[in-house]
Design a protein around this ligand. Structure first.
Ligand SMILES: [Zn+2]
Length: 497
């Protein structure tokens, strides 16, 4: 067989695997949106069967031989080479997992999830404690299985952000904390912002329509996507030509739907921007969760929560909600949606104090994975850290250390991507602004079109071919750096009190 024939064979195999994985994802989407509750059991088995089929297809000896063969060829293009190298790496990583381990982890996470729900509902951490210890044990086994340098946590961080290390994360978080503390202090000294107008009654249908309009303004393509309602908003894709977003609507909290819609829209634009010709191949997949979050945060914070955006669209918004917003001017609206106040729940936090929530979880994960603490120690440490870093008294474990689902899924190493992604968003946005301002006459609608085009050209089309730091370097000339986020927050919150 010629190299070309071999490459085609590889590509066909990868695309078939993607067909199975995306069919599985479509069933998941249905489960979270429209599935009748009675179908839960049969759906669980359908999902498990498709996962198993995808895993079998990804680990056949044939595919392994083909990849090893292709890896030694020198008549592949740079992109083809990258795809082969990445698939080869993924293949041998998959092979490291024994079926005994996969089953044990899957059973442990199912049990952990159920007990986490129970523990949270009954506000009884002890119901979740043993599951958590078991998961930590398995995650340490997984780290050994995958291999790592210096710190077992590095193996787990790499699952979400290839190339990330505890050493780099520690430095970034330390600098972030040092920079944020004085910003929060100065904001506290300013007069309190009034955001009561956001808590009026905003009818569901009108919010829904607004969400659709906002997605269109961002450039989300409804011919390759759709929006539906879900309890916990998420974005999911089945290739780049079917990227779906979900939202939830709280009639008494206007910013809830609006910003979650923009956030998910940012995630979706990234997936729609991956090239269809790379379907099923590493170049057709997102780079890392940090890069993914950078896209959602860029749209949410730097566009949707900016004064510039609302100077352009506020009149339109007041026309939609005259009763609620007629008396509120654009500056008060802008201040209201950006109110900073330390709080208990991560997902409801403002963009300044948000990162303390992340740091607390990151710190606790490190202690767990180095066996310095056990699960039973979490509530006390959690509450202490919330008091020290946020000045918040935690009234219950349900609203404290049991608030997030991630640990019950066994997702250790995930949380830090929220902060790193937000840092990257600031870094990308500053680079865009530098280029945009020097090249264009001002027109905001033009600017929105330009930023999407710029993100497509500089981030989306590369898929997995560039990791977080490689993208940061190619765009801004340096690794991920916290300074951009701190500069942005200082300018936004301290320049005009
Ligand atoms: Zn996100």
């Amino acid at each position: 067989m010629t190299t070309k024939q071999q490459y085609d064979q590889y590509k066909t195999t990868m695309q078939k695997i993607a067909d199975v994985k995306y069919s599985n994802a479509l069933l998941q989407w249905d489960q979270e949106t429209y599935m009748p509750t009675g179908a839960a059991n049969v759906r669980a088995r359908q999902l498990a069967t498709l996962s198993e089929i995808a895993h079998e297809m990804s680990t056949t000896a044939n595919l392994g031989d083909l990849l090893t063969d292709l890896l030694s060829k020198d008549d592949l293009s740079a992109e083809e080479k990258f795809n082969v190298k990445q698939s080869h790496e993924d293949y041998f990583k998959q092979k490291k997992y024994t079926s005994v381990f996969v089953r044990e982890l899957s059973e442990a996470t199912s049990a952990a999830f159920n007990n986490w729900v129970k523990a949270r509902n009954e506000d009884d951490f002890s119901l979740f404690e043993n599951d958590l210890n078991k998961l930590i044990e398995l995650k340490l086994q997984e780290a050994d299985l995958l291999g790592y340098q210096n710190h077992p946590y590095n193996a787990l961080l790499n699952e979400y952000d290839k190339g990330a290390t505890v050493a780099q994360n520690d430095l970034l978080f330390e600098a972030l904390k040092k920079g944020l503390i004085p910003i929060v202090e100065k904001i506290k000294a300013q007069p309190q912002v009034n955001d009561d107008f956001l808590k009026q009654h905003f009818p569901k249908d009108q919010q829904w329509q607004l969400g659709i309009e906002v997605l269109k303004i961002m450039g989300y393509d409804f011919t390759t996507g759709r929006q539906d309602i879900a309890a916990h908003p998420f974005t999911i894709n089945f290739g780049s030509t079917d990227v779906r977003v979900t939202t939830r609507i709280d009639e008494n909290d206007f910013s809830n739907m609006l910003f979650s819609c923009i956030h998910e829209g940012g995630h979706a634009l990234y997936e729609q921007g991956l090239l269809d010709e790379n379907y099923g191949l590493p170049m057709g997949e997102y780079s890392s969760l940090v890069v993914h979050e950078s896209q959602s945060r860029l749209w949410e914070n730097h566009m949707g929560k900016s004064l510039e955006f609302w100077q352009h669209y506020y009149l339109e918004l007041v026309k939609r909600f005259p009763k609620q917003l007629q008396q509120v001017d654009v500056n008060s609206f802008y201040k209201g949606i950006n109110k900073v106040i330390p709080s208990l729940i991560r997902t409801e936090a403002d963009e300044v104090t948000y990162h303390f929530h992340v740091m607390i979880r990151y710190g606790i994960e490190k202690l767990l994975l180095t066996k310095q603490i056990k699960a039973k120690d979490i509530p006390a440490i959690w509450n202490e850290l919330y008091k020290n870093l946020l000045g918040v008294i935690v009234p219950s474990n349900a609203n404290g250390c049991l608030q997030d689902v991630h640990w019950s899924h066994g997702s250790f190493g995930y949380f830090s991507t929220y902060s790193m992604g937000t840092m990257m968003a600031a870094q990308l946005f500053q680079s865009f602004e530098n280029q945009y301002e020097s090249n264009n006459e001002y027109n905001y609608e033009n600017k929105i079109r330009k930023i999407l085009f710029w993100l497509r050209e500089n981030v989306h089309i590369f898929g997995k071919a560039k990791n977080t730091n490689e993208l940061c370097i190619s765009i801004s000339g340096e690794n991920l750096n916290v300074r951009y986020l701190l500069d942005y927050l200082t300018k936004k919150y301290l320049a005009h009190p």
